[in-house]
Design a protein around this ligand. Structure first.
Ligand code: SAM
Length: 229
């Protein structure tokens, strides 16, 4: 989806994806991301998962192209950010939450060189947490998104992936349906895919009207090959 689409949703407060507390999958599965010196959270919104990960696992970097989402994140944490330009991003680092850096810009433009320029170090990370990111992207962009993630990860790196699945022939996303076959297709060549948990989600009115009878939320752990390409 184009930036305008998301900017409008943030401006109108149509952010039903935002959760009032950290995702409960984190307490159960984020340990599987260790050891990590940094966790990358793509398409991060103002998620409280950022705070949880920074407090419990490792320093966090996120990408988000809607500025107001980033401003709201820090304001709601009673924090403010220092902002630096690291082209093509503006990098917002918490003053109190100094281990959280939010990269304002298109997630598809993030590279190890940009991370290294902004934060120092090698620019690659050991861990990614994707909740409502892959499912937010138009299906034709998924392969490019996954190639980008793999390019940011060290060999042997881990991805904790949380996706929704439903009969995607009934209506379009976001969130788009991402089933087990699609997860395997996207990540299987890069490493092993482990289903950690699946559970039913309430089927909202928009879905019921379209004929969707079940929605599943699933968590996967993807462990990249140690010599991933
Ligand atoms: C469905 S929301 C999920 C937010 C967050 N992961 C959460 O769980 O609350 C997707 C977010 O990604 C942002 N976004 C979408 N495409 C993006 C892109 N290409 N680069 C950066 N941010 C993007 C949107 O503005 C939106 O805030």
């Amino acid at each position: 989806m184009k930036k305008d689409f998301w900017a409008e949703r943030w401006a109108d407060g149509r952010i039903g994806f935002h959760q009032p507390k950290a995702h409960d999958f984190l307490a159960r599965y984020a340990d599987r991301l260790r050891p990590a010196s940094a966790v990358y959270v793509p398409l991060c919104g103002k998620s409280l998962d950022l705070v949880w990960l920074a407090g419990n696992i490792a320093p966090v970097l996120g990408t988000e192209f809607v500025r107001s989402a980033i401003d709201s994140f820090f304001a709601e944490q009673s924090d403010s950010a220092t902002v630096t330009d690291v082209a093509p991003f503006r990098v917002h680092r918490g003053r109190k939450l100094s281990t959280i850096a939010l990269f304002e810009g298109d997630a598809f433009a993030l590279t190890p060189a940009v991370i290294a320029a902004a934060l120092g170090g090698p620019g690659t990370v050991e861990a990614v947490y994707d909740r409502a990111a892959l499912v937010a992207l138009d299906p034709p962009t998924r392969d490019r998104y996954v190639a980008g993630l793999v390019g940011l990860l060290k060999p042997g790196g881990k991805i904790l992936l949380v996706v929704f699945d439903y009969d995607g022939s009934k209506l379009d996303g976001p969130p788009w349906a991402v089933g087990p076959g699609e997860v395997e297709r996207l990540f299987g060549d890069h490493g092993t895919v482990e289903l950690l948990e699946e559970r039913p989600e309430p089927v909202g009115a928009r879905y019921r009207q379209a004929g969707v009878t079940a929605i599943w939320e699933r968590a996967y752990l993807i462990s990249l090959n140690s010599a991933s390409t």
